[in-house]
Design a protein around this ligand. Sequence first.
Ligand SMILES: Nc1ncnc2c1ncn2[C@@H]1O[C@H](COP(=O)(O)OP(=O)(O)OP(=O)(O)O)[C@@H](O)[C@H]1O
Length: 812
Amino acid sequence: MAVIRIGVENSNDEVTQYQMEMSRYFSSNEAVWRIFSFPIHERHFSVVHLAVHLENRQRVYFTAQNAVQRAAQPPSTTLTSLTVSNRPMYDAFNQEVHREKLYDLNTLKELIQTNLPLLNEQQKYVFDTLMKVTNDETGGIYFLDVPDGTGKTFLISLILATIRSQNKITLALASSGIAATLLEGGRTAHSALKLPLNMQSNEIPTCNISKNSAMAKVFQQLIPRSTPADELNACLKSSNLWKHVKVLHLIKNMRVELQNDQSGNIFSKQLFDIGNGKFPIDMLTGCINFPLSFCQLTRSKYELIQKVFLDVARNYRNHDWLSERGILAVKNIDVNELNFKIQEQIIGESTIYKSVDSATNQEDDVVNYPPEFLNSLDLPGLPLHNLQLKVKSGCRSIKFLSSGGLPFHGENEILDSTNNGNFLGCIELLCKFDPFIADHSRFGNKGKGVPSYLSSTTGDGFVLLLADYVKTKIVTEIKLAKYFSIIVDSTPDVSNVDQLTFVVRYVATDGSPNERYLTFIPNCGHTGEDMEKAVVSTLETLDININDCRGQSYDNAYNMSGCYKGLQNRIKELNPLAHYVPCAGHSLQLVGSAAAESSRNSTEFFALEQQLYNFFHSSTKRYGTFYYLITTKTLSKTRWSARADTSKAMYKCYKPITTALIEIGTSTKNSKEDRLEAKQLSEKLKSLEMTLMICFWNEILTKFQDVSKILQGENLDLDQTVNLYEMLQSCLMSLRNEEQFSTFESKAKSMCGSRHYKKDTQRIKKLKLPYGESEKEHTEFNGRKSFITDSYYSTIDTLDCYSTCPMYHYFQ
Ligand SMILES: Nc1ncnc2c1ncn2[C@@H]1O[C@H](COP(=O)(O)OP(=O)(O)OP(=O)(O)O)[C@@H](O)[C@H]1O
């Protein structure tokens, strides 16, 4: 604890005493609090522990150097600054004057015209007295000694309006924020007079009241450190100033007068009597005893809740019922306790929402005002840091829809309309089971300009909040993990906007590998340089240090993998430890694509697959009759799973497909073109070469597909990748022999019924021999041998080429 000691000359100097003990803050509120002997407002205790004294938050400003400098050149106080003519002060003054002249004169005049004739006799007297001294500019100190309900707010508002309507300035100041809100243009005294309460910019966050100043003398008078009797003597009425104060009274209770509320009248008188000390004091406890006629007293908070909020579990949905009742409490702590007790009686799961508090001036104040300190504040007018609520169905629906990537909105945003989309549909469904949300939904969505929790704007806001929350969580995890790798790829979305998908991988603190999507970057360009800018700026925005990047994985396109201008090399120039690993799944697809084009028979085989797909899908009738024969997937260059599915379907349903094609080709119910196309397809399909291709590719693609699926798993490591490749390679190589080919061949022959290769049944072309070569020197393969060499082996060799390709070495 930092203690500032000030030399003592007068032992009765209360200000010094306090400064000596605790370095506490002083204000007039303190005086009033002590005079009245009860706290007027929880957050307005004038004796406040400085941040300097809060545990673990010490702020010590004085060092050996600045203490000397401070003594030589003391900083100017708010008051002394006023006397120095400087530009900022002048501007601030003008601003204040301007602010006070902004009132709408017509509205003020209307208010005066309406309320002035309503004043009762006492109010009129007070009004006339105060307006006279204002107009005469004679001035004075007036004390309005009035009990509650006598119309002081009504009267003061009228006085303020009258002065302001004359284009004059009048300040409505109150010691607490709540009191200030009751008056038009009302402000707290410390805000309007710039009393030094700003602990952010003020290095000495105490009142600048020097020991011998006039203000210190006032404090000495007001707050003696003695017996209650001394304190009474020191109250405002005993002050020297009091003889200059003119006291005005209002007695007539306007609430009773206007509403004819006699119980209110009795209560008001009783309060008055308490104030005047007319209630007897219990000698044992020193407290006053309330008479039995004083209100309806309850013995516990629970009983009070039962009396005011009877059967709240059922009635809370009735807003009119709710708006008629409330429990007032002096302290926020009691208000919160009552709230929780009432809430407990309502059925439903409650959720705690926490505020996100941070100092706006990130550079300096983050240290002085840590979140723990900000969260500990219990400010009037603001919810607590921990807010417990029972409304969440709307948020849950948003979470459900966004996690499933489902569209939210429909053609309109009207509840109970058929085309209002998934979100309002969910709400309508919830309304059937949750009475609370059903009750809330009766406010509906009134449309533009009327805020509603069910509007698309609010919904979008929630989605953004959820996205932000998830993103922040991922970034926090990355920072905890420290090292990470990035995966980036671009692809056009459904609206044809090119999106760069940004994914990170990291090992969480529990040792599990995590792969998380972070963001989409639209239209960032396709060159390595463009991509580099996008990646670097994204990491910067997310406050992730690129130096902690240990890996990069992209597809094998040149702009990504290029060893000079590719993204991988550019990132490596920034951080040499960011090793590049090409996408294993993508490498396999590329090898597969090359193999599919390695021989004429392979190309024809995949073309036939596509033709069959088109043929069956082009007619709904055909599709309806034969849908079970074919896969619904069209071939894709990059998605090999589609090819694997189609080949499998062709292999498994070879017989039914050929039969169906023959049926279509011979039935006169079909058009000539369809019959012709079906015949051509069935002939192609029944050829020995195509049937061999079906058997062979089915075997290969099934293996590729299995490996590809494992390669896409998020828990795969590089060792496993290399093992998988090696396994696939040895599988392929085990197929590369005539014996294995014979197995495929006999299977194909039994499937299609044909025993001959096309080449063997065709007329042998006469060869054009180069000059000097004889026909004997030239060996012509038969159909089988040609197929093995040109199609079977060449496909296997192309597939095997990954073992020599650079990607494979990367993995190794
Ligand atoms: N002369 C008047 N004519 C009509 N209504 C009046 C008059 N004076 C006061 N009222 C009404 O009486 C009610 C109580 O007045 P007001 O709130 O000004 O009293 P108050 O002394 O400030 O009360 P409290 O001490 O409880 O804050 C208000 O509804 C106010 O509009």
